[in-house]
Design a protein around this ligand. Sequence first.
Ligand SMILES: Nc1ncnc2c1ncn2[C@@H]1O[C@H](COP(=O)(O)OP(=O)(O)OP(=O)(O)O)[C@@H](O)[C@H]1O
Ligand SMILES: [Mg+2]
Length: 342
Amino acid sequence: MANSPNDMMADSPVKVNTPGEAPAGPSPEEQKKMEAAYNQMKRKMAISEMGKAIKHKIMVLSGKGGVGKSTVATGLALSLAQQGLKVGLLDIDITGPNVPKMMGLDGRRLNVEGGRIHPAQGHLGVKVISMAFLLEDEDTPVVWRGPIKLGAIQQFIGDVDWGNLDYLIIDFPPGTSDEPLTVAQNLPDIDGMVIVTTPQDVALLDSRKSITFANSLKVDVIGVIENMSGYTIRGKAPAGAEIELAAPGGKTVKAQADSDGNWAGTLDIFKSGGGEKTANEFNVPFLGKLPFDPGFVRGGDDGVHRIVSEPDGPSSEAFSKVVAKIQERVESGSTEGGLEII
Ligand SMILES: Nc1ncnc2c1ncn2[C@@H]1O[C@H](COP(=O)(O)OP(=O)(O)OP(=O)(O)O)[C@@H](O)[C@H]1O
Ligand SMILES: [Mg+2]
């Protein structure tokens, strides 16, 4: 027969004190809940502090895979760092993380000290955190269930000690998936997203989806970048010589050698102008074109991004122009910011 409130609630985590009895401490279950609430609060405070310490946060997305999102995200970070700004790069792609490779940080593991995660220093002092730092080894594919993956992203947002940054660039896996949503919901004051596309029709169709997705996240679209847009061939010929290049689609591109005998002609191997068309269609800014440059592929393999190996080359110059447009837009405060933190 139950003769005290605690007998009646034997299975309940809540212990009721009988008169005269010393107040009971929290049950293990209550303790766990309190700890979870405390940690959650601590993380929210850390995120809010981080929100203030990082001036601008930019998401890099594409509808389709393989359009050069990671190459562009890394290039944007390096181009900003070239100006002497403090820059962080957060690589959220757990399935194919290749940002560490391009930043010369291949094989790095997560550095945790004093309960905080410390970013690794990549080229030009860019601070890098990548999901790849969590891998046991490069050859083991990661199969993470959704909630674990999203929990790791939340932790990456709340527990990384970035210090003060001018810019944080965030690279995502392809498509309109849970990852950008989790970031948009957890990271305060996101300036907006940059959408990377190639000039091809399929990629354009997908980047249209990204713009609609951005609108549903209530994250501002900073603009569209057309990547792999035109391959410039350079050569030598007698001064003033006229060169004809056979271009895709049976077209001919003409070039003329200058007084030193240097000539250059650009072939639109994946068509051209589609990124701008999409941007116009959705009434979002077009940020510019980045050339097709085999140096990007080599940089992905040998760990030296094109901007580092050729800081004054045509690709670095194209990146600077795109970056200037992004800066103009976010630093004038003409973007609207992300969702409220939940
Ligand atoms: N402008 C460019 N010129 C030449 N090659 C490029 C260019 N941009 C990217 N690449 C190459 O294209 C391939 C895909 O690039 P990257 O990994 O950056 O794409 P992604 O969109 O991040 O891919 P994923 O969807 O798998 O994350 C890489 O081999 C990269 O070196
Ligand atoms: Mg990528």
